[in-house]
Design a protein around this ligand. Structure first.
Ligand code: GCU
Length: 599
């Protein structure tokens, strides 16, 4: 048996060539004609990943049949060792770790199955759109492999017009969150590796030729020039497309070319620009012969001038917090409006006009709510710590996640910064890897700023920024933990900050840990007083940095991490939140709020 298994494992490992999901994602999927496939799904844990072995018949949903031996095929057809019909149930969206006690620590394969009935219409096309699956997804429809996707925080889709059946369809997803050196993120990260189908799944119906994608934003540095493009998908690519912004009295009819592409440009002196105080969103309609898409888009410019950051041409100081996609109160991966509104409301209560969505693209609910609530966003791909920068396949994966992130959120006014890395050690392969990503970012989206969270060089009484990557980003991010990981808190205000680059600086992380409700003397670690003492000294230092244009405290809310082992104090939680996961605001929250009121 073992021999047979080894042969089949070979098949498993080197099976058929990878069919990667499409990058040209349907823009604004929630505004399309969809059936949302969320809810209760069948699920099967598959620790060693045998489920995709033909012998198991899981992919074909094979059922036991009467074993009629006719001398040639000895296989016992009554023997079937899987049955999704009676398998355990699991909710989608949602990580599996917080749904089932036994899966809390589980990393590996888990099979999801959803049956859904549909009667496909003629002249219509159908897509399956996944908001996110952590980490690697292999997707089958009615036993046919649609393809794979790597990356746990960005959307992907498959066209299923051919595979879709009239009546009952069986959608099978293998989600595998096994960590790997060559993955993005790589093996070790300071957040919980929540596995599963963590965001909504859509069955999308589109006309044969439809408005697949569009980009509508103000031209870089131009307060009255709206510039962008539309892209059609289908056989009638070259056709007339209308773009309307009724409130501004703007309407333009463009002719797409044979690739389905057309440029849009409007000018208007009447635009009320999007700002955190007045997050104005305009209704925008894009229509073609058989399609019509509505979106809510805000218009603002974002630039740098020397060490300043300019929003709509005026200097702005970014005051905010970094946020992990950890759900308040219930914990686990966020996915709902409620999760997003709670977190962003705490950020607003802190006096924030900006948030860093760390360390990976958060769900679209969050970025659209930032648009609505008026919070500027630092958006990031999880190129974090010890990435294998020398490997081309690692670059391809990183670039793909960057493309998916920008594709999904390019029309969000709130997003001002695309970040390509966090705390990555200097090396030539790293520099070349990240430079390429920065160039790619600019080539796709010249309207926004690029950044990365760098590490300072710690000298005697001086912290300096001279990371070679600093030359290629628009804005330098820098993480520092004076008072917690390094140096006594009281030394902070005597630290002189210098930079090799004439660029704006955002202190993208600073902070310390405390157990909410634990009180004591300011020199008693883990108490709120100890954390607050560090914040009081941080604020003095931050006030003294001349080229500082923003701060995002690490972190808004305590979050789960496999690196935080201290019983009773941490219990797998990073306690650097200024709010606990149960919503308790710590003393440091108020110290920072007071400082933000002065900015
Ligand atoms: C790092 C890192 C974070 C981490 C934080 C911490 O700077 O970027 O992901 O959580 O430090 O140590 O708490």
């Amino acid at each position: 048996m073992k021999k047979a298994y080894l042969f089949i494992f070979g098949l498993l490992l080197f099976g058929n060539a990878e069919i990667l999901a499409q990058v040209n994602l349907i823009q604004n999927v929630s505004a399309r004609k969809t059936v949302i496939l969320d809810g209760v799904w069948d699920s099967q844990v598959d620790v060693v990943g045998v489920g995709s072995l033909a012998r198991f018949g899981l992919i074909q949903d094979r059922k036991p049949t009467k074993f009629t031996y006719n001398g040639d095929n000895p296989r016992n057809t009554e023997l079937v060792e899987q049955d999704m019909d009676v398998a355990e149930k699991i909710n989608v969206p949602g990580d599996w770790n917080t749904q089932k006690e036994k899966l809390f620590l589980y990393e590996g394969n888990l099979w999801y199955r959803k049956k859904f009935a549909v009667i496909p219409q003629v002249n219509k096309r159908y897509f399956l759109y996944f908001g996110a699956v952590n980490y690697e997804a292999t997707v089958y429809l009615n036993g046919i492999k649609l393809g794979q996707h790597k990356g746990g925080f960005t959307p992907f889709q498959f066209e299923i017009t051919k595979e879709l059946k009239s009546g009952e369809n069986k959608l099978l997803v293998n989600a595998n969150n096994t960590r790997g050196e060559d993955n993005i993120p790589t093996k070790i990260a300071d957040w919980w590796n929540y596995g599963g189908i963590t965001r909504s799944v859509y069955l999308v119906e589109e006309p044969e030729t439809f408005i697949a994608d569009y980009f509508i934003q103000l031209e870089k540095g131009k307060l009255s020039e709206i510039k962008g493009w539309v892209k059609m998908s289908g056989s009638q690519k070259a056709q007339a497309v209308n773009v309307e912004i009724p409130e501004l009295g703007l309407k333009q009819s463009v002719q797409t070319d044979t690739t389905g592409y057309a440029v849009i440009n409007f000018s208007s002196k009447k635009i009320q620009h999007w700002t955190p105080q007045t997050p104005k969103l305009y209704d925008v309609t894009i229509s073609s012969a058989n399609d019509n898409v509505k979106d809510k888009i805000g218009f603002r410019t974002i630039e740098t001038r020397g060490t300043e950051i300019l929003l709509n041409g005026k200097p702005i100081f970014l005051k905010g917090a970094a946020i992990h996609e950890e759900a308040p109160f219930r914990t686990g991966r966020c996915y709902s409006e409620g999760d997003a509104r709670t977190l962003l409301t705490w950020a607003k209560e802190l006096g924030s006009n900006y948030i860093r969505l760390a360390h990976y693209p958060h769900n679209e609910v969050m970025t659209r709510m930032a648009d609505e609530m008026g919070l500027l966003v630092w958006s990031e791909v999880p190129i974090y710590w010890n990435v294998k920068f020398e490997k081309p396949e690692v670059y391809a994966n990183a670039e793909n996640q960057l493309l998916e992130n920008i594709s999904r959120d390019k029309n969000r006014a709130s997003i001002i910064l695309w970040s390509v890395a966090n705390e990555t050690n200097e090396s030539e392969p790293r520099l070349q890897f990240l430079k390429k990503l920065l160039e790619k970012t600019k080539s796709i989206d010249p309207t926004r700023l690029t950044t990365a969270a760098l590490l300072p060089k710690e000298g005697k009484g001086e912290f300096s920024l001279d990371d070679p990557l600093g030359e290629f980003v628009d804005v330098m991010g820098c993480n520092e933990y004076i008072g917690w990981y390094t140096l006594p808190a009281e030394l902070a205000s005597s630290i002189k900050w210098t930079s090799k680059y004439q660029k704006p600086l955002i202190i993208s992380e600073f902070g310390a840990e405390a157990v909410a409700g634990l009180h004591g003397k300011p020199d008693e670690i883990w108490t709120e007083e100890y954390q607050n003492r560090i914040f009081e000294n941080q604020v003095k230092m931050l006030n003294s940095i001349s080229f500082l244009q923003g701060t995002s405290v690490w972190v808004l809310m305590d979050f789960r991490s496999p690196l935080r082992l201290l019983p009773i104090k941490q219990d797998f939680f990073n306690r650097k939140g200024i709010v606990s996961e149960k919503g308790i605001k710590k003393m440091a929250f108020y110290t920072l709020k007071t400082w933000y009121e002065t900015k």
